[in-house]
Design a protein around this ligand. Structure first.
Ligand code: NAG
Ligand code: NAG
Ligand code: NAG
Ligand code: NAG
Ligand code: NAG
Ligand code: NAG
Ligand code: NAG
Ligand code: NAG
Length: 456
């Protein structure tokens, strides 16, 4: 009999284990990881009735897809058409540093929470992120900065239609979209990814002497996300006119994230807890992958632990003090042979002379979710965004009674052995010296005056 009991206990553990794994995969971010899609704009009208039912009617406008007028000449779309037009529009926008709705919500203060959102082409998800942000308490006291690596009028129109807080758009100027046949895109003379070293040297292709640590040559699409992340952070902390005296937190989100309505409230609680009990906690993290469904236990629990790239990269925040520290060690980020920005940051964290690794203080009940993956059994092609969004909506609806805790309690952990392991080598994809140079060059651009443009 004991043997039987043992077997059933094991079975229960295996089932719980598998369930946890499933939950993690369902909600796991791969921000630094896989390149998701091509340059196709994802803008489907697949929001289900079920999802719509839980969105307040006044926010439906952010989900409405305006189908292109088929009868009109499709080449006659308003806005830039060719690359030189797009480059010019990008420069004009970046120079202007326009803050939309500043007249309604007041200027950026030194302690304004800045929410930086990295946007590629997944407009369907972005619509839902905006809907979630619109419902967050105190969102009107923040500034949203949308950072784009793909210029598109539909995306721009959506972002500029936001009316619930201050909004700025910044445009990554070295994108593949605007450099399709030259670095940072793919140059005609670039070495093929799988070329052998001798073969590449004989071909005399670009940087034949610099494959990555796996012996592969650069692939533009894999490097763009890290470049964009780095450019965005530099742009926000070092270049914008409105952040000269800024000392508040900058929260990092991506287009396929979804926030809980009390995420700003939680950010304040995390900051207060850090000030009181963990002054060395540099990073605040609103998302986590653990115990996702146990809000009644975890909504007021926070954890203090060493920061780890793949676990604490979703909805995390830091301020200028921390940024300055990162800047001092920028070489650890730019010269590290890893195309993931988060692993590059982990490498930097592990190599701070005379300092500990970054510490993070995080919400045990997550306030940021990842809606951009559809789980293991779905191919991207038949992946239904509504299904995942509906799950998160339902989860947050059920968690409502546990939101806005008046205080939080912290536990301190050391993190697992696996996560404390010192990185010995990167994941590769960042061997080309042009990528390392571009990354370094981005840190050399100084504060830029705002130029005012007058439309005729
Ligand atoms: C997605 O799933 C919802 C129900 O979960 C369904 O109503 C909707 O039609 C589906 N959309 C697509 C494009 O499959
Ligand atoms: C697209 O969404 C709009 C607004 O929600 C709706 O009126 C329209 O019927 C939808 N079209 C399709 C093809 O689902
Ligand atoms: C579509 O375009 C045609 C020609 O420009 C115009 O007459 C028509 O009103 C447009 N329809 C809609 C729904 O915008
Ligand atoms: C669309 O516009 C282009 C260039 O302006 C023109 O050559 C073409 O004939 C137009 N097509 C239609 C269907 O109007
Ligand atoms: C791009 O389009 C504009 C008109 O929109 C035109 O004046 C310009 O010559 C075009 N540039 C190139 C390189 O095709
Ligand atoms: C913001 O910070 C700057 C630089 O530290 C300082 O000069 C300015 O007075 C501050 N503004 C406010 C409103 O505190
Ligand atoms: C910025 O973060 C550092 C490190 O976590 C912290 O010590 C400092 O108090 C923060 N500054 C502000 C103005 O919150
Ligand atoms: C970086 O800047 C240097 C000096 O301005 C320049 O020569 C080099 O081409 C730049 N590299 C890249 C990849 O932009």
């Amino acid at each position: 009999m004991p043997r039987l009991k043992y077997a059933s206990v094991v079975r229960v553990f295996v089932i719980i284990g598998l369930f946890c794994l499933w939950v993690q995969i369902m909600l796991s971010a791969s921000s630094g990881g896989i390149y998701r899609d091509g340059e196709e704009l994802m803008n489907a009208n697949e929001t289900s009735e079920q999802v719509l039912a839980l969105v307040p009617p006044e926010l439906h406008k952010y989900l409405t897809v305006h189908h292109k007028n088929v009868s009109a000449n499709s080449t006659e779309r308003s806005g830039p058409k060719n690359i030189s037009d797009i480059l010019r529009a990008i420069q004009r926008n970046n120079d202007a540093q326009t803050i939309y709705n500043e007249d309604i919500f007041g200027p950026v203060q030194n302690d304004t929470i800045i929410i930086a959102i990295q946007v590629h082409t997944r407009l369907t998800y972005l619509r839902h992120l905006i809907v979630s942000l619109a419902q967050a308490r105190d969102i009107d006291k923040t500034m949203l900065i949308f950072s784009h690596d793909y210029y598109d009028e539909e995306i721009n129109n959506l972002v500029r239609s936001i009316d619930f807080t201050k909004v700025m758009q910044i445009f990554y100027p070295y994108s593949i979209q605007t450099h399709p046949h030259e670095f940072p895109g793919t140059d005609l003379n670039d070495c093929p990814r799988d070329a052998k070293f001798d073969q590449a040297v004989k071909l005399q292709c670009n940087n034949a002497l610099h494959p990555d640590l796996h012996g592969h040559y650069r692939e533009a699409k894999y490097t763009q996300t890290k470049h964009h992340w780095w450019w965005k952070a530099n742009r926000i902390f070092n270049q914008l006119q409105c952040t000269i005296g800024h000392t508040g937190p900058v929260v990092f989100l991506e287009e396929d994230h979804y926030v809980a309505e009390d995420f700003i409230h939680m950010l304040y609680l995390l900051r207060n807890m850090a000030d009181k009990s963990c002054p060395q906690c540099e990073i605040l993290s609103l998302g986590t992958y653990l115990k996702t469904y146990q809000y009644h236990h975890n909504s007021d629990k926070v954890e203090i632990t060493p920061w780890h790239s793949s676990m604490h990269n979703m909805g995390f925040a830091f301020n200028r003090t921390v940024w300055n520290n990162i800047m001092e060690l920028q070489d650890q980020f730019c010269a590290y042979d890893d195309y993931n920005w988060d692993y590059s940051l982990l490498h930097l964290s592990q190599n701070r002379p005379g300092r500990e690794k970054f510490k993070v203080i995080l919400c045990k009940g997550p306030r940021v979710f990842h809606i951009g993956e559809c789980g293991i059994h779905h191919k991207k092609s038949n992946c239904n965004a509504s299904t995942v969004i509906s799950k998160v909506q339902q989860l947050l609806k059920n968690a409502k009674p546990y939101m806005y805790p008046s205080r939080v309690t912290a536990i301190v952990t050391t993190g697992g052995a696996k996560h404390n392991k010192k990185l010995t080598k990167g994941n590769g994809g960042w061997g080309d010296i042009r990528d390392q140079d571009l990354c370094t060059n981005m840190t050399k651009i100084g504060r830029q005056q705002r130029t005012y443009i007058y439309y005729a």
